[in-house]
Design a protein around this ligand. Structure first.
Ligand SMILES: Cc1ncc(COP(=O)(O)O)c(C=O)c1O
Length: 459
């Protein structure tokens, strides 16, 4: 089909996620056609370096033939098996067991979903069930971080603390609360790591005291906040906050949808600080975007309360047709093999410092106020004034200009609304890929800086 026909059909019929419907109609779709390694090709034949792994998910890069093979084999053998009525299939069983081997030791049970939002939603539902089963029906309040992202399900969108996901959707609900983000670049307590950790712990304690510990079910957080602007808390923050949850008698849920599977270095960000969450949500890198899949993992302690409620006789009414889908699960097993035996996790860890250096070097650029990363998850924060950290006037639409200049320069990353540029290169990136990324990125920033109205506002 011709490009113009596709653009017209898209405009008429396809609703895009998190988009201005009318804005998208005006702009039109950018059609991607193929991918190989770290590169994408669009319908016009432009080669683009993907510095965002799709949507922080294609951690293994594009065109991994072994994944295609296992998917095709599984499709021809058994494309679908329900998990209902006590049925199952080998890939889902093996993937659950493999995840339990790899994840923090406390997490011994896995419920598979189709992605991250329904993993978070499943966690909320299981926690609700757990509290009721414990005979603590008043424990129904949830606390998350400002700038946190936990998907866009009907309930999870209220745990997300980004205004776009709330406006006109009637969330957050009255049982959903936030505490300040541990944002080193813009933290009222300054950027001393211990002060930031202490402030978060104090904020969590204060929020729990305000609601009443007996009414708080759980605290959810991302080990590094992704969609809120790649906010990297100090080392030790996750451990301190998880320990505080335990002391306060509330469940600690790590939302590792972005941070797992080598994105921040190890297989799970929790592992870096020896953190044992009560529940953990995962997706994205689990299948590296080759098929949809997410999961919520839970500890024995949570599982056993749910399992034993009502004498263990009644069904737990939570399910999805495609839970533990055999093709997605077969892909997940192969993706995990590539991280491990395929050397991708090791390559990601080895390349981390080179990525960090490249970001740090850009601090000398007139537009860049902050550079931050953990593993292969990074960001540049652009500011109008480096001394005061003043943000750019939103009327400048700097993020849009940067995205379009970047595309013209053959690079894709995420330009958030508040002029934070997010990067999530695939774990297969080579040093040459990084050199190209930073060459194209610098050129993009220079181009935007030189745009006439932009330039005058910087004077
Ligand atoms: C931390 C986190 N949780 C949940 C989600 C939602 O996942 P999905 O988009 O697969 O529904 C995301 C997506 O970016 C995420 O970053």
């Amino acid at each position: 089909m011709s490009k113009s026909a596709l653009v017209a059909l898209d405009r008429d019929h396809l609703i895009h996620p998190v988009s201005s419907f009318r804005g998208h109609e005006t702009k039109g779709v950018t059609i991607l056609e193929s991918g190989h390694g770290a590169f994408l090709r669009d319908i016009d034949g432009n080669e683009l370096l993907d510095a965002f792994s799709g949507l922080w998910c294609v951690n293994v890069g594009y065109g991994q033939e072994s994944i295609v093979r296992v998917a095709a084999e599984q499709m021809s053998r058994l494309p679908y098996a329900t998990g209902y009525f006590d049925f199952g299939a080998e890939p889902g069983i093996r993937l659950a067991a493999r995840l339990v081997e790899l994840a923090p030791a406390a997490l011994r049970h896995v419920y598979f979903t189709l992605g991250g939002s329904d993993a978070v939603d499943s966690a909320i539902r299981y926690i609700t069930y757990y509290c009721n089963a414990l005979g603590q029906p008043e424990k129904k309040h949830f606390i998350t971080l400002e700038r946190g992202y936990h998907g866009s399900s009907a309930l999870g969108s209220g745990l997300t603390a980004l205004p776009t996901f709330h406006r006109k959707f009637d969330v957050p609900k009255e049982n959903q609360h936030y505490i300040a983000s541990p944002y080193p670049y813009r933290n009222p307590v300054g950027n001393d790591p211990q002060a930031i950790i202490a402030a978060s712990v104090a904020a969590l304690r204060a929020k729990v005291a305000e609601i009443g510990a007996e009414r708080v079910a759980a605290f959810f957080c991302e080990p590094v906040q992704g969609s809120g602007g790649v906010i990297v808390p100090p080392q030790g923050w996750l451990k301190a906050i998880s320990r505080t949850c335990r002391e306060l008698g509330i469940l600690f849920v790590a939302d590792e949808v972005i941070t797992a599977f080598g994105r921040t270095g190890p297989m799970f960000a929790c592992a870096a600080e020896d953190v044992e969450p009560d529940l953990m949500t995962i997706a994205k890198g689990l299948t590296a975007g080759y098929a949809p899949m997410g999961a919520v993992m839970m500890s024995d302690a949570v599982y056993n309360v749910i399992a034993d409620s009502d004498g263990g006789k009644l069904v737990v009414g939570h399910g999805n047709t495609y839970s533990a889908h055999p093709v997605s699960a077969a892909i997940g097993l192969e993706v995990l093999r590539l991280y491990d035996e395929g050397g991708l996790l090791a390559n990601g860890i080895a390349q981390g410092p080179y990525f960090a250096q490249g970001l740090q070097r850009l601090l000398e650029h007139p537009l860049v106020g902050d550079a931050r990363q953990r593993g292969l998850l990074g960001a540049l924060e652009l500011v109008a004034d480096k001394a005061t950290k003043q943000r750019f006037d939103p009327a400048l639409k700097l993020s849009e200009r940067i995205s379009s200049a970047a595309y013209r320069n053959g690079i894709i990353f995420r330009a958030f609304d508040d002029n934070i540029l997010g990067f999530a290169p695939a774990l297969c990136y080579t040093a040459e890929n990084f050199d190209l990324l930073f060459e194209r990125l610098r050129k993009t920033l220079d181009m935007v800086l030189e745009q006439p109205d932009q330039h005058s506002r910087l004077q």
